[in-house]
Write a protein that binds this ligand. Structure first.
Ligand code: UD1
Length: 429
């Protein structure tokens, strides 16, 4: 699938942000820890979520969808702790089945995680933690196999503040015997959301959102109804869309505090950013000013907003840099921006944007999820028509991306592979 778009139109109006994808994936995994029914609301309708739900069905989880944004899950009849379907292989977050199945059944066999190719992405910290909780682990035919007689609370120090490892270890430890401490835990908003959800099921987790998480194991968890937080990265993407198109957008249904790092950078670049209780308005200015950005774990600038920021820096006045400190392979979009006329250079983990570029429409390929969204922003900011190919990536994490942009005045269309591209280009241009 591909997007075709005509740039140069300032985006204006209001956009409502969906539930957080990365929180949803952890929360869905948490839901299978109990045999009672769990209802989850504000579920984003993105393909990563539907793929994980398909993987759940294959192991015997009963899934009902009362509406597009809610799901009722019952995991009483899981018939296998082996999750190796093609669905699981597509996803990064398939790894949460390791923590959830180990936590509930003391056994898990899960295909090695897939997801975006943005770096090496090992899971050694997850495995180290599972072992400290009492599990044995080995790899077998592309699967991670975990087995434990019983799980016992432990004191786990993470070598880096890994989002996935923090959530996975919470999933495995909530029903372990005794107390678990996770030190150097990740602090992203979705860590707190998964912990709140688990606590609403009867877990005893304290300190989520801080460096040290303390868990007192409980014997069993019960059903719950839980509403997922709004998506920080989707919100940030629309804030950046307002900035790069010199538009005026009210981003609604968000938690403004989650956006602090992004809001601060946009203000530094000259945008007007006003915060309300559950929304933020971003007014672009005729000229953006450069800045330097370093990606860091929360509350630092999110690596998942790095490519979108790269687009803004291309167009800004002066030289700006992005230092990527989380993933080593996250600058593939920079070559695509060069095709649009951007003056950029990548040196190791630093991308240099020389600024002042007037981006021109081009035919681009999305290298991964967030970079794909960033290239769409670049196309909307550029002169003329652009095509962004390979946007199945984007659909993994953005609900109704084209429709939401259209509602802000963007000329953008999602095309199937079989659709006539030339015709669509003529129509949109
Ligand atoms: C999650 C998000 C992803 C986001 C990232 C950082 C999901 C499904 N994905 O990915 O969108 O970009 O957080 O905010 O929620 N590391 C190790 N060993 C480990 C685990 C991680 O070396 O066992 C390294 C990684 O290679 C990376 C860093 O730690 O350099 C952070 O990774 P992590 O926070 O675990 O990211 P993910 O959970 O993969």
């Amino acid at each position: 699938m591909r997007y075709v778009m005509k740039g140069g139109i300032p985006l204006a109006g209001e956009v409502t942000i969906s539930g957080a994808k990365n929180a949803a994936l952890g929360i869905l995994a948490a839901a299978i820890l109990t045999d009672e029914s769990v209802v989850i609301e504000n579920l984003p309708d993105v393909s990563d979520v539907s793929v994980l739900l398909s993987a759940f069905r294959e192991i015997g989880v009963v899934i009902e969808r009362p509406d597009r944004h809610s799901v009722r899950i019952n995991a009483a009849n899981i018939h296998t702790a082996v999750a190796d379907s093609p669905y699981i292989k597509k996803l990064r977050a398939g790894y949460y089945l390791l923590g959830a199945l180990l936590g509930k059944y003391h056994h898990a066999e899960v295909s090695m995680p897939g997801g975006c190719n943005i770096g090496n992405r090992p899971i050694d910290q997850h495995i180290k933690g599972f072992r400290m909780l009492g599990a044995h682990s080995h790899n077998e035919n592309g699967k991670v196999v975990l087995d434990a007689k019983e799980l016992k609370g432990s004191h786990i120090y993470l070598d880096m503040a890994s989002v996935g490892a923090t959530i996975n270890l919470m999933l495995a430890a909530v029903m372990a015997r005794g107390n678990t401490i996770i030190e150097n835990a990740a602090k992203e908003p979705h860590i707190v959301d998964v912990a709140n959800m688990l606590n609403s099921m009867g877990a005893r987790i304290k300190g989520a959102g801080m460096d040290v998480i303390r868990i007192s194991g409980v014997e069993r968890l019960h059903g719950t109804e839980y509403t997922i937080i709004p998506d920080q990265i989707e919100a940030g993407t629309f804030m950046m869309a307002a900035a790069v198109t010199k538009g005026d957008v009210l981003v609604r249904n968000i938690i403004p505090q989650h956006m602090d790092a992004i809001s601060a950078k946009l203000m530094e670049m000259g945008c007007e950013v006003t915060e309300h209780i559950d929304s933020i308005r971003v007014m672009g200015r005729p000229q953006l000013y450069s800045c330097n950005v370093k990606t860091l774990p929360y509350p630092g600038f999110p690596t998942d907003m790095q490519p979108q920021m790269g687009v803004a820096l291309c167009m800004a006045e002066g030289v700006g840099t992005i230092t990527e400190s989380i993933f080593e392979n996250r600058f593939k979009y920079v070559d695509e921006l060069s095709k649009m006329g951007a003056d950029t250079e990548v040196k190791g983990s630093v991308a240099i944007f020389k600024g002042h570029s007037r981006l021109k429409g081009a035919e681009l390929v999305a290298p991964d999820l967030r970079a794909g969204a960033a290239l769409v922003l670049a196309g909307l900011a550029a002169e003329g028509v652009s095509v962004v190919d390979g946007v199945d990536y984007v659909l993994r994490g953005y609900e109704d991306f084209a429709e939401k942009l259209q509602s802000l005045g963007a000329r953008i269309q999602l095309l199937d592979d079989g659709d006539d591209l030339q015709k669509a280009k003529l129509k949109i241009g």
